[in-house]
Each structure stands twice: as C-alpha cells, then as structure tokens.
Design a protein around this ligand. Sequence first.
Ligand code: ADP
Ligand code: GN1
Ligand code: MG
Length: 360
Amino acid sequence: MIHKHVLFAFKLCGEIKNIKKYGNGHINETYVVETDGNYRYIIQSINCHVFKNPKKLMKNILRVTTWLSHQDENYSGIEIIRTKKNRIYYHEKKNYWRCYKFIEQAKTYETLNDLEMIEEAGKAIARFEKAMEDFPLDKLYKSIPDFHNTQKRLQTFLKILKSNPMHLKHTVRKEIRFILSRSDILGIIEDGIKNQTIRLVPTHNDTKLNNIMMCDKTKKSLCLIDLDTVMPGSILYDYGDAIRSMTSIGKEDEMDVFYVDIDMEKFYAFNKGYLEIMSFTLTPSEWEHLVDSSIIITLECAMRFLTDYLEGDVYFQVEDPMQNLRRARVAIRLVQKLEEKKEELEKIIQDIKVKIISNG
Ligand code: ADP
Ligand code: GN1
Ligand code: MG
C-alpha cells in the first residue's frame, strides 16, 4: 500500500479524497489518487528490480515527454507532477515514486473488438515513431539493456532451464521443446540492425494495447503511455508486440488456448492504420520482416513468461502461480497461428502496401 507521506511529497491540488490500485500493468505498482478539487493523479511505485537506475529512467521520461509534446499536442497530456522539492520523483531509501496527471476522458483497453479503434491504435504507434524519428539516439538512456535482444533472452532461458530453481521444468517439457525448436529465427532483427538493413531508431519497445490511451468521446487514439522502455531499437519490435497484443482472439492469459488465434480482420485493421503513416519510411528489409517480427516478439514473450514461471514469478506481476504459464501457452499458440497463416498475413500487408503506394 502507499503511505500518506508519499502522497504529501507531491504537489497535488486539493485534499486527498480517495486512493485505489489502478490498471493492469505487469511491472510498476499503479494507484489513482482523487482530490476534493476533482483532480486525479496516477502515482506509481517504480519497480526497481526491473529498472536499476530510476533517476536516469525519470530523466529520460522527462526528456522524451518534453520532446513529444513539441511534436504532437496529444503528448502534452502526459505531465509529470513534481514533488514539493521540485523533483521529478520522490525517493525514500530504495523506493522510488513518481506522479503523473491523470489523462481524463480517455482510457486504455485490455482487448478491443472495434476495428476502427484497432486501426487507430496502429496510427498511434506509427505517430509515436514518426514523432521520435529525429530524437538524438545517443541522448536516450537504455533503461533495460538488450531488452529485445531475443538471442540473449534465449541464453537467460537456457540458464534457468539448467538451474531449474523451483523444480518446475518437468511440467513444461512440451513448451520448452516448442521454443527451442525455433531458436534459429530469433536473430533476424538483431542481424538486420547489425548489417544496417534494419534501422536503429528511437522506439517505444512496449507497444501492447493497454499502453495506448484512446479518447472516450471520439474513440481516436491519443498517445502511447508507459514510456519506461523508450530506447534505441527497431520499429519491428514495436510492430511485433502490437500484433501479439492487438490481433489475437482471446486474452493474454486465456485459460483455454484452443480458441486463441490471429483475427484476420483485426490484423488488417491494425496494418491499415500503421502502414498508412509508415509506408514511405520502411526499408525493404523492414517490409520483408513484418510478419517475422510478430513471430519473434511473440516467441520472445513466450520465453520471458516461461522463464518467469520457472523462476518463481520474480519479474511480471501475477494474480496466481499459474498465470505466467498461461501467458506463455497463449503466446506459443499465437506463434503457431502466425506461422500457419504467414503467407496469408504477408498477402494482406502486400495488398495494403500496393493500395497506399499507388495512391501516392
Ligand atoms: P506498467 O509499467 O506497470 O505497465 P503503466 O505505466 O502502463 O504501468 O500504467 C498502468 C496503467 O495505468 C495503464 O495501462 C493505464 O491504464 C493507467 N495509466 C498510466 N498512466 C496514466 C495516466 N497518466 N492517466 C491515466 N491512466 C494512466
Ligand atoms: C510488460 O509494463 P507492461 O505491463 O506494460 C513488459 C513488456 C511485456 C508485457 C507483456 C518493462 O509490459 O515487455 O511485453 O508486460 N514490460 C517490461 O504483457 O518488461
Ligand atoms: Mg504498461
């Protein structure tokens, strides 16, 4: 729970009326605070197991939000509330807290069935990438080095398999086999970055649906939030994770994976929105690997969830001890479906590309 002195540390308007846990993020501990002046704030306890240097993290977020607000007025909605000592975070021993203005008349979604809103989500990610295009790469702090280095993720996975700390390995043999049998594709994006066919640019790196704010009234996308992992990366990381989280039938931790599949209409809608803005920016190799990136990032997630299950849930927040395993099984099923439908998905992308390019 959050102590009163933490709340009093920030410059809030009005007397505090109510505090509740909020949202479904897997990393930080998020609260909404209401005051009697009808103001709302988001206060987060920063996860210092995940983010080793919260001071640098917050400086990075301040730099990025300031930049974004000059590029796109929707980003001026992301406002860091300072402490009474004018700091962008409050800390007490090893605990770090931050506060944002609550973005009103908007929300994030766990799943979306409205195709126009999925198209909007695609536009939000593309607009973010465009707005960050000229941000100097060397000014970005790497909050989690090798975050999407999928081959390094594999090394971590192999280490945990070897040490088997919770003695759970024998329960997930099938899942382990599935992941290891695909290890040859994990390096495609990293190799492309190395040989410069894939660009290294500022990316969000955590583009799942519930990190996108959508306007309640217009249903249009406003901005990406959760800027903890804005780092140099490939647009394929952002694209891949968006496909994983937005075009799937079912929840991320679905109990029965039998129904988990790629929804082709959602896939079309996302790509329509995303590519309308990004088409003239993508390199031939980035075009070529769009579907591959969805497979790689979904496989990476499967590996991360399974690693955490085997390690005893030390990274992702869980509601029960099986949740990471359910998340891993859903991701594995999605990889299977993406592989099965690869040609069809690539055809959809090709058709959208032709349409956009012929319209100039
Ligand atoms: P985590 O890093 O744990 O995923 P997020 O920063 O994504 O945490 O926040 C968790 C949730 O809180 C988001 O999915 C969103 O619903 C909500 N949220 C975060 N920041 C704001 C904000 N400024 N205004 C309104 N809601 C927010
Ligand atoms: C985490 O923080 P959140 O819930 O938006 C994670 C992502 C995973 C995602 C899976 C910093 O995102 O990398 O893809 O869970 N964020 C971090 O749902 O590890
Ligand atoms: Mg989040």
